[in-house]
Ligand binder design. Structure first.
Ligand SMILES: Nc1ncnc2c1ncn2[C@@H]1O[C@H](COP(=O)(O)OP(=O)(O)OP(=O)(O)O)[C@@H](O)[C@H]1O
Ligand SMILES: [Mg+2]
Length: 228
């Protein structure tokens, strides 16, 4: 019995493009405690997004294993992986990835509807989450009618609609000015400090952002290094 929530054990990932092969992850080990906030730093191309995608079961490792709450990913079918992503993991990306045709409220409801949840309680939950991120007055807006910071706040609300235990964020403040970025970080801080204390893995290039986290992890050339 151990108290780690997520364990990444000797994960390797290669990409093959025509005849050449890029070794992107070369034996990554990372243990994350429940409720821990990890900041993942490293040079461009060091493999941060790839690692996040593997932890979120968007991609599979070539070698190695990820364990989530005692459950091993290698035993997961594609169907199970899709349900796992929808239920257990919230994703937040640098470029927001809101669907442009839907209102903000509809975007936030979408992951719940994909899980077969419909009706008034889903709408009420989505509204509540949007109010918590300060967007209660923007429910009927389309993403293009919002600022970048507002879209990212909506994306955070969307990531939480299925009450995931793990939230993965890939440079969530990368496209925002520093004031707006600080507001977004304040939301993450609340998420982290709340009773339901989400486990948070956040990729960032900004050391100031990283200082808010419980632990800073550096990646270099496809592995995690102790001292950057
Ligand atoms: N689907 C893919 N096919 C081929 N190569 C890929 C693919 N995804 C990533 N790579 C390569 O893997 C390496 C690591 O990419 P990754 O996106 O994980 O880096 P990163 O650390 O997130 O960088 P950045 O800080 O620029 O976002 C890069 O050299 C990239 O070109
Ligand atoms: Mg990246």
């Amino acid at each position: 019995m151990n108290d780690y929530f997520i364990q990444v054990d000797q994960v390797h990932k290669d990409y093959k493009i025509e005849k050449s092969e890029i070794k992107v992850l070369r034996g990554v080990n990372l243990d994350v405690r429940r409720g821990e906030w990890i900041a993942l730093l490293g040079a461009s191309g060091s493999g941060k997004t790839t690692l996040l995608n593997i932890v979120g079961a968007l991609e599979t490792p070539d070698k190695g294993e990820v364990t989530f709450d005692g459950f091993k990913y290698t035993s997961m079918s594609r169907e199970k992986a899709a349900d796992f992503r929808l239920t257990k993991v919230g994703f937040i990306f640098q470029a927001y990835h809101m669907l442009p045709e839907l209102t903000i409220l509809e975007n936030v409801k979408l992951p719940a509807m994909l899980k077969g949840r419909h009706g008034e309680d889903v709408s009420a939950e989505a509204k509540d989450l949007l109010e918590k991120v300060g967007l209660g007055h923007r429910l009927r807006h389309k993403p293009a009618e919002l600022s970048g910071g507002e879209q990212q706040r909506a994306a955070i609300a969307r990531s939480l609609i299925n009450t995931p235990q793990l939230v993965l964020a890939d440079e969530p403040t990368g496209n925002l000015d520093s004031q707006t970025g600080s507001e977004i970080l304040e939301i993450f801080k609340k998420l982290h400090d709340s009773d339901s204390g989400k486990t948070l893995i956040m990729v960032t290039h900004d050391p100031d952002v990283a200082n808010l986290a419980d632990r800073i992890v550096h990646m270099k050339d496809g592995i995690i290094v102790e001292n950057a």
